[in-house]
Design a protein around this ligand. Structure first.
Ligand SMILES: *Cc1c(COP(=O)(O)O)cnc(C)c1O
Ligand SMILES: [Zn+2]
Length: 415
């Protein structure tokens, strides 16, 4: 049973029922799902959650009502890994990786799509759609196939080949737009007006979609033994994940499921698309849009919808936002892989490189616990590493040839 009781305007506080609506009639502000946490107190307990399924739906009481049953391909309940070796390199005492590469389609987007399409089905929609930087399209197409719905996913046409293939394989309609994500998003807002019967996960279903990201906070706290970490590093595209991780922790505190200080949230952006990091560094209240140019395509949103809310949260919590170059991203994809055996896409490189940067400038405390969100699998961005991550040597199939190559690479002693 869900304790969601409708929608509320994030700007003026006007309330609405749980219907297909995403902006406020009065002030055009964005809406979000609200809950009756008073009623949930004592009903939603550690024990009631622990008795739930091994997916994000173990937190169904704190998610939008999915109707008869959620659209659940098994998103969530991903490993929280203690990263001792990476922690040593970075000089961090207690480092954890939230390994969201382990979702059904290899990214954290399965959480938000499971949530959005569950609400969409409850509300009577029968077609799934989205504006995407890649991972969302893959997840929407997969979940639509899973429930037998048609899908229309709209992406920049020059995305990584792996992401296009991973979306097209599910058989929906994939439109590649000659433009960047911000062009795609603008187009989708127009399409919503023409096709109000399509469930655009991150446009007209956005309030429901966004709630899925709270499960990252819920899982991190539960997996740490119902203890909040001190610091969390979150990659930022639109900023939705960031703000909802904050909301997730707040709800756990309010329900008395965790105690202590709220974690400080830190953001991570690529310098080639870092409008929120720039606004934060400049002390600005408005986020000035930027034309993206970075290998971190999944984070390449130049005009981020949740930008001002991220700024509020970072400032209120005493956090910071990293901004890292493409070279640092590549270096940290490799650092993560070689120290922890975890292969992340470019967004994971952004998170680890930003973590390192913020430790160096003293905003992240390496003596307190840190969780880094690894939000997508490396197979999604194979293009960027394929030239450097290759065979050590090419040899003929003879023992001598193998031994020669091994000697060159100092794996056997020189004779
Ligand atoms: C979409 C995405 C994010 C964050 O997206 P928000 O729009 O900020 O919620 C982070 N990492 C990956 C890999 C993504 O695909
Ligand atoms: Zn309003």
């Amino acid at each position: 049973m869900s304790f969601a009781i409708g929608l509320i305007c994030r700007e003026c506080g006007e309330t609405y029922p749980s219907e297909a609506r995403y902006s406020c009639d009065f002030c055009f502000g964005p809406l979000e799902v609200r809950y009756d946490l008073e009623a949930a107190k004592g009903v939603v307990t550690r024990a009631s959650i622990e008795a739930g399924p091994l997916s994000m739906w173990r937190y169904g009481a704190l998610l939008p009502d999915p109707g008869d049953a959620p659209v659940d391909m098994g998103a969530g309940w991903t490993p929280l890994r203690r990263a001792t070796r990476l922690g040593e390199v970075l000089g961090v005492r207690e480092l954890w990786l939230k390994d969201d590469t382990r979702n059904p389609t290899g990214s954290f987007k399965d959480r938000v799509v499971s949530c959005a399409l569950s609400s969409a089905r409850r509300l009577g929609f029968t077609t799934a759609a989205c504006a995407s930087t890649g991972n969302l399209a893959t997840s929407v197409a997969a979940h639509a196939a899973f429930i037998g719905w048609p899908s229309v996913t709209i992406i920049p046409s020059d995305l990584e080949r792996s992401k296009i293939a991973m979306t097209a394989i599910f058989g929906g309609t994939v439109l590649g737009v000659e433009g960047n994500y911000d062009d795609v998003n603008r187009l989708c807002v127009e399409l919503v007006a023409e096709h109000p019967d399509w469930a655009f996960a991150n446009v007209n279903l956005r309030p429901y979609y966004a709630e899925g990201s709270k499960t990252l906070a819920f899982e991190i706290a539960e997996q740490l033994g119902w203890r909040p970490p001190r610091q969390v590093v979150v990659p930022i595209a639109s900023g939705s994940q960031f703000t909802k991780i904050a909301k997730g922790f707040h709800q756990l505190f309010e329900l008395g499921l965790i105690e202590g200080d709220a974690p400080v949230l830190f953001g991570a952006q690529a310098t080639g698309c870092s409008p929120i990091a720039t606004a934060f560094a400049d002390g600005a209240d408005v986020v000035t849009p930027q034309r993206p140019n970075t290998i971190a395509r999944s984070l390449a949103i130049g005009n981020p919808a949740d930008g001002p809310y991220v700024l509020d949260e970072v400032r209120a919590g005493g956090g910071d936002i990293g901004s890292v170059s493409d070279n640092e991203i590549l270096e940290c994809i490799s650092l993560l892989a070689t120290t922890e055996g975890v292969f992340a896409e470019t967004a994971g490189g952004v998170t680890i490189a930003s973590l390192r940067q913020m430790i160096r400038r003293g905003s992240i405390n390496p003596d307190e616990s840190i969780v880094a969100i690894i939000s997508g699998h490396g197979l999604k961005t194979l293009d960027v590493i394929a030239d450097t991550a290759t065979v050590t040597a090419t040899i003929s199939p003879s023992l001598a040839s193998a031994e020669d190559a091994l000697r060159v690479h100092q794996l056997v002693a020189a004779s």
